[in-house]
Design a protein around this ligand. Structure first.
Ligand code: NI
Length: 182
C-alpha cells in the first residue's frame, strides 16, 4: 500500500523516534509499504517518521546508482534501531533532496564513511561499514529518526535564503507527484 508522505511542518518529523522490537505489530507489512511508497515517489531512502510512524526504521534503495556502481544493482536495505558508531573521513558536499521537501535540493556536508550497528528485517544484528552514496543516504535517513531534517545541516545564511520556500512547503503550496500529508 502506498502511504502518504508527511511534509515539512508535520510534527511527526520533529520527534525523536522510538526503538521497536520484533513484536511490533504488522512490521513486515509496514516494511513492504515503505518500499512501495519509496518506489512510487522515486525516492532513494525513506524513514518511518516520513510515513507518519515515529519508530526507528528506514529503508533505502540505491539501485538507481547502478550505472556508475554495478555493485549497487538491486541494492535495497532495511535498517531497524540503527546506531551510527563511527563516522570517518573529511566531510564532503553532496546535493540532497528529501521527499518531505518536494522539489527542494540543497548541498549538505557529511562524512564519506559510516559504521552502523542495526537490525535487518529479520531482526538479525549487523555491524558494518558503508561508504559512497549509501553512507550518504544512511546519514540523511538516520537524522530523520532523531527528528533532524537536512535543512538543519545548512548554514544559517542558506536557511535564510530558502525561508520563503520552506514556508510555502509547510503551507501545502507545492506540487508533488506522490501523495503527501501536511
Ligand atoms: Ni529525508
Amino acid at each position: 500500500m502506498i502511504l502518504p508522505i508527511y511534509v515539512y511542518g508535520a510534527p511527526v518529523l520533529k520527534k525523536n523516534a522510538e526503538e521497536i522490537d520484533p513484536a511490533y505489530p504488522e512490521l513486515q507489512t509496514f516494511i513492504a509499504d515503505m518500499f512501495e511508497t519509496m518506489a512510487h515517489s522515486e525516492g532513494i531512502g525513506l524513514a518511518a517518521p516520513q510515513a507518519g510512524k515515529s519508530i526507528r526504521l528506514f529503508v533505502l534503495d540505491a539501485s538507481v546508482f547502478a550505472d556508475d556502481k554495478p555493485e549497487l544493482a538491486n541494492y535495497k536495505k532495511v535498517f531497524i534501531n540503527p546506531v551510527i558508531l563511527e563516522r570517518a573521513g573529511e566531510k564532503i558536499r553532496y546535493n540532497e533532496g528529501c521527499l518531505s521537501f518536494p522539489k527542494l535540493h540543497e548541498d549538505v556536508y557529511r562524512e564519506p564513511r559510516v559504521r552502523v550497528e542495526y537490525y535487518d528485517e529479520n531482526f538479525e544484528k549487523h555491524d558494518e561499514w558503508f561508504d559512497g552514496v549509501v553512507a550518504r543516504i544512511i546519514q540523511h535517513e538516520y537524522d530523520h529518526l532523531d527528528g533532524k531534517l537536512f535543512i538543519e545541516r545548512l548554514s544559517p545564511l542558506r536557511r535564510k535564503l530558502i525561508a520563503s520556500k520552506l514556508k510555502r512547503i509547510s503551507k501545502g503550496d507545492f506540487s508533488a507527484s506522490y501523495k503527501t500529508k501536511l
